[in-house]
Design a protein around this ligand. Structure first.
Ligand code: HEM
Length: 521
């Protein structure tokens, strides 16, 4: 493979100036650098870097987990796009321009930079890039991909409606507690025999979003539900694979080539059919005086605005937003719970310490509630550290310059995709004592009290931050604590067989699948 050619440039007035300037020293604290990539190098930046020559100056190895040591040592990061960006920033500064194919992308590295962009200059950075896969899947509609007034209306409506149905509040807590009983009852059926929890956890987590959006939960045996979950899993896996990344860079070319993407798009039709039927059922049984769920509220709003020709409350936006919530609300949270179980199996002492704390504060009978989180600082710290260490969505969803943006003395031209590198925030050496090690102490003070860290941004920050954050955090806490009340987790190969390095590491860091053993306590 060709190594990336990097050009260090004079402090540019515009990032695109980088292309025109020659070498020069840069006295500013912030420097922009253009990394001009050839075709092969572009693919390197998409996750192939690990296969480049280790002597390449652009491939820097992060410290490795000592396999089998049982110690919390470091995570090998190979050379994926997000880890390389962090390495580049050491040389070029925290604002970097990369060219993937012909796409100009500005990468923001480190907590200070990401926070300054997404929070302090929130209005400038709310745009969403037209990510080809997401765009095609939703045809440009829905909260996830849209911009401007459409996005503002859908975002406001989604947040208010999800809150009205209890997101982040007591009502939702009860649903999650109820679902955790189904989960535990199902796990008991394995009678201590090994099983792969992947699909089971997806069913559990997805049922919460289904209650919110469709007004119903599905039985764990429901074949159609299972099929939809496998489609969702395929979508996320595809987007995290090199092929998926290639699709997002060269969509036109990829459309002409055979490959997995055609199968994935064909299977998305199954989700579409399901949502279509659900919306139709809701239409036929709608009672505006008592909306049952998100779809009812949207239909009611669409009815209210039916004489407004420019309304955003129409079928296409309902359809795509339901799809966004259904997909985003399933894989992210269930994979995080699965990863937490792997961490606890690998590090038995942490599992025991959590169980002890839970036994003391809640006991084994009562369902955990969010109120009790304050009294469980160690468990809370472990859950936070799981999210930080997994780094589920390492470069967030790409943002976009809808207009020229002035940032730290540079102009980011209109039409530039912007990656707020969450990975570099969650592993920022200035913010975390030992960022590449799993250590719950990152969230504990000397007295063992829970300690917040502003760089804990797995859900991103600012106006475009995850709409499901409070729901996801509630699910992580209640499901994990309830599981540890009832079971001790281990695996057939023993703790050393667990590899905490994600199986896929690009768009999403997807943890590896293991058979686990849940021994009733
Ligand atoms: C551990 C779980 C989760 C993680 C780590 C996560 C992370 C993220 C991240 C990083 C973004 C992009 C933010 C940005 O553009 O700056 C995002 C967006 C989004 N998430 Fe989540 N998420 C999780 C769970 C959920 C859940 C449970 C839901 C639904 C109920 C959800 C719905 C969404 C939606 C709709 C967006 C797009 C928001 C917009 O474009 O305005 N997420 N999430």
């Amino acid at each position: 493979r060709q190594p990336l050619r990097s050009v260090s440039v004079a402090p540019p007035h515009s990032v695109s100036d980088c292309l025109r300037h020659g070498n020069s020293s840069d006295a500013r604290a912030v420097r922009a650098v253009c990394l001009l990539m050839g075709g092969a190098a572009a693919s390197s930046a998409l996750g192939y870097l690990s296969s480049c020559s280790p002597t390449s100056p652009l491939v820097t190895r992060a410290p490795e987990i000592a396999q089998g040591s049982g110690a919390f040592s470091d995570l090998p990061t190979g050379g994926s796009f997000h880890t390389c960006s962090q390495d580049f920033s050491k040389t070029y500064g925290p604002v970097i321009t990369v060219y993937l194919g012909w796409q100009r992308i500005v990468v923001l590295v480190g907590y200070d930079t990401v926070k300054e962009a997404l929070v302090d200059q929130a209005d400038d950075f709310t745009g969403r890039a037209p990510l080809p896969f997401l765009y095609k899947a939703t045809r440009g509609f829905g909260i996830g991909i849209s911009n401007g007034d459409r996005w503002r209306q859908l975002r406001r409506f989604s947040l208010t409606t999800l809150r009205d149905f209890g997101m982040g509040r007591k009502g939702m807590e009860e649903w999650i507690q109820e679902e955790s009983k189904h989960l535990r009852a199902h796990i008991r059926k394995f009678k201590g025999k090994p099983f792969d929890p992947t699909i089971l956890l997806s069913r559990t987590v997805s049922n919460i979003v289904c209650c919110l959006v469709f007004g119903q939960r599905f039985s764990y045996e429901d074949k159609q539900f299972l099929n939809l979950l496998s489609v969702i899993s395929n979508i996320v896996r595809f987007n995290s694979s090199p092929m998926g990344m290639m699709y997002n860079i060269f969509p036109w070319a990829m459309e002409q080539l055979p490959g997995q993407h055609h199968t994935v798009f064909a299977r998305i039709e199954e989700i579409r059919d399901f949502i279509r039927i659900k919306i139709q059922e809701h239409r036929e049984t709608l009672d505006p005086s008592s909306p049952r769920d998100f779809i009812d509220c949207f239909l009611f709003r669409a009815h209210q605005e039916k004489d407004n020709p420019s309304t955003e409350f129409h079928y296409d936006n309902l359809f795509a937003t339901v799809m966004n919530l259904f997909i985003a609300g399933t894989e992210t949270t269930s994979s995080t719970i699965r990863y937490a179980l792997s961490v606890l199996i690998k590090h038995k002492n942490i599992q025991e310490k959590m169980q002890k704390e839970i036994d003391t504060v809640i006991g084994r009978e009562r369902c955990p509630s969010m109120e009790e989180r304050k009294s469980l600082p160690f468990s809370d710290a472990v859950i936070h550290e799981v999210q930080r260490f997994l780094d589920m969505v390492p470069f967030s969803l790409p943002h976009y310059a809808l207009e020229d943006i002035s940032f730290r003395g540079y102009t980011i031209p209109k039409g530039t995709s912007i990656i707020p590198m969450l990975h570099s925030v969650l592993k920022d050496e200035k913010q975390w004592a030992d960022p590449h090690s799993f250590d719950p102490q990152h969230f504990l003070d000397q007295n063992g009290n829970f300690k917040k860290n502003p760089a804990f941004l797995p859900f991103s920050a600012g106006k475009r931050a995850c709409v499901g954050e409070s729901l996801a955090r509630m699910e992580l806490f209640i499901f994990l604590v309830a599981l540890l009340q009832d079971f001790t987790f281990s695996c057939p190969g023993g703790p050393d067989s667990i590899n905490l390095i994600p199986e896929y590491s690009s768009f999403a860091n997807l943890p590896r699948c293991y058979n686990i053993i849940a021994t009733p306590r």
